[in-house]
Design a protein around this ligand. Structure first.
Ligand SMILES: Nc1nc2c(ncn2[C@@H]2O[C@H](COP(=O)(O)OP(=O)(O)OP(=O)(O)O)[C@@H](O)[C@H]2O)c(=O)[nH]1
Ligand SMILES: [Mg+2]
Length: 454
């Protein structure tokens, strides 16, 4: 059996993708493999080649056909790679058989994504979530072989040892039997549940304070963190890598009309996002489902921008967040402004499309209100913010209140959370005509002036 390289830079990967002939898939297998290659690079692997097989259905024992397995053995001799990277999640049995037959380490897309998450999780919560997802993935795969590999890996979550796919919960977890892993999973779930409750409490407080929240959502690498940084100087690390951000960052921000809100940048999505991850990241992802507005960032320069947008919408649906009001930003237009075929130009800080190229037009047809932006250059952001504010205002109710002078803090609250249209004073207190977010109206009920109009 091939031993593991503990030096990452020496891991050479060969990609394998299968296209199922009778199954509709919006992604071309070539594009999916290209993305797998980017994932591999992000994890620190060098990609030395790839192979695609078109099949009616996967082969139960080895996923790919036996002829292809033989070919891979030959490729291995010629190209000298030490990891086979599959674009789909393999069953534990398929993985084991392949490892034995080709005599090599076999890693699937799910394990690769889990590995990257392990490398990029920096907060305690992030690490707990990744560890849970990794253990759930490994539990059915706990065999002598995996234990053997893991012993050499000997890492903890995010450790650099052991190479891709086996980094993570290290020997202490993996050399024990399944029952013990099961116990660890239960403990992690408990810990995460308390994190979740804590978050929920925090969100409730925020709701009470009436500050609307905007969640930045989008495919990984779309530019979410770049946008948060350029709006709020948040200093979130930005990288031309997949899953650069795992841990949510929230920043307060004032919209052009004066409405204060909170922007949250969080983990990006990808196609074939492992279900274990979605489950484990529930606490983080709940931020999204409970926000007032989803700000969906799409990288229009990506050749699969449309499929990526689809994927994001599918994950949002899975999370039950698809009913939230959504504002769409088509990002990175600076990269294509010069190419006439995209038909974009800057007009007074606003990017406009005239006879846009096909991929951009497709997105504009799908999202007619989408705003074209460049997060890096900071162009188009004003229009974007106005649209966000517009959506928030739709959610406001017009009121007239008379607030006694002793309740001065309510006047402040109106100013910071609502929109004051007229303010007067009489001997009883401050008279305000304006708009309040629906959920704050209750707090002002004692001061309704009897003139309140909808
Ligand atoms: N040219 C150009 N590049 C951009 C723009 N916005 C983001 N990028 C680049 O795109 C890459 C990804 O940006 P991030 O902000 O890290 O993307 P993200 O959506 O936060 O990605 P994850 O955290 O991985 O989900 C970086 O290399 C950015 O510099 C833009 O408007 N124009
Ligand atoms: Mg990011």
């Amino acid at each position: 059996m091939q031993l593991l390289d503990s030096d990452l830079s020496q891991e050479r990967a060969f990609l394998v993708g299968v296209e199922l002939k009778r199954q509709y898939n919006p992604w071309r297998i070539e594009d999916s493999l290209e993305e797998l290659g980017r994932l591999a690079n992000t994890a620190g692997l060098e990609v030395v080649g790839q192979e695609i097989q078109r099949l009616d259905s996967p082969t139960p024992a080895t996923y790919i056909g036996s002829g292809k397995v033989k070919e891979l053995k030959l490729f291995k001799r010629d190209l000298d790679f030490n990891v086979l990277l599959f674009d789909d999640e393999l069953s534990p049995r398929q993985q084991r058989n392949l490892e034995e037959e080709v005599d090599i380490k076999v890693v699937d897309r799910t394990a690769l994504i889990l590995d990257i998450f392990g490398q990029h999780a920096h907060t305690k919560e992030g690490q707990l979530q990744v560890e849970l997802a990794q253990l759930e993935y490994r539990l059915p795969r706990l065999t002598r072989m995996w234990t053997h590999l893991a012993r050499q890996a000997g890492g903890r979550a995010g450790g650099a040892q052991g190479g891709v796919g086996v980094r993570g919960p290290g020997e202490t977890q993996l050399e024990v039997d399944r029952r013990e892993v099961g116990r660890r999973i239960a403990r992690l779930k408990d810990e995460l549940e308390s994190v979740r409750q804590h978050r929920q409490m925090y969100r409730k407080q925020r709701k009470r304070a009436g500050i609307p929240t905007v969640s930045l959502v989008g495919y990984t690498n779309a530019g979410k963190s770049t946008l948060l940084n350029s709006l709020t100087e948040a200093d979130v690390p930005v990288a031309d890598q997949l899953f650069a951000t795992l841990d949510p960052t929230t920043r307060r921000f004032e919209l052009p009309g004066g409405t204060a809100c909170l922007f949250t940048d969080t983990v990006g999505f990808i196609h074939k996002l492992p279900t274990q991850l979605v489950a484990a990241f529930r606490a983080t992802l709940e931020e999204i489902t409970e926000s007032d507005i989803l700000l969906h960032i799409v990288d229009i320069t990506h050749s699969n921008a449309f499929e990526q947008a689809d994927e994001v919408e599918m994950v949002l649906e899975e999370l039950g967040a698809n009913e939230r009001p959504m504002v769409v930003a088509l990002n990175k237009v600076d990269k294509v402004l010069d190419e006439k075929n995209y038909g974009l130009e800057i007009d007074n800080e606003k990017i406009i499309a005239f006879e846009a190229s096909e991929p951009v037009q497709l997105l504009l047809d799908r999202y007619p209100d989408a705003v074209l932006i460049s997060a890096t250059w900071g162009i188009g952001l004003k229009g974007l913010l106005e649209q966000i504010e517009g959506v928030l205002i739709q959610d406001m109710v017009e009121v007239d209140v008379l607030i006694p002078y002793r309740a001065g803090e309510m006047v402040n609250l109106f100013h910071t959370r609502g929109r004051v249209e007229e303010e007067n004073y009489n001997e009883h207190g401050t008279l305000i005509h304006g708009k309040l977010p629906t959920r704050l109206v209750g707090y002002f009920e004692p001061y309704f002036d009897g003139l309140a109009s909808e």
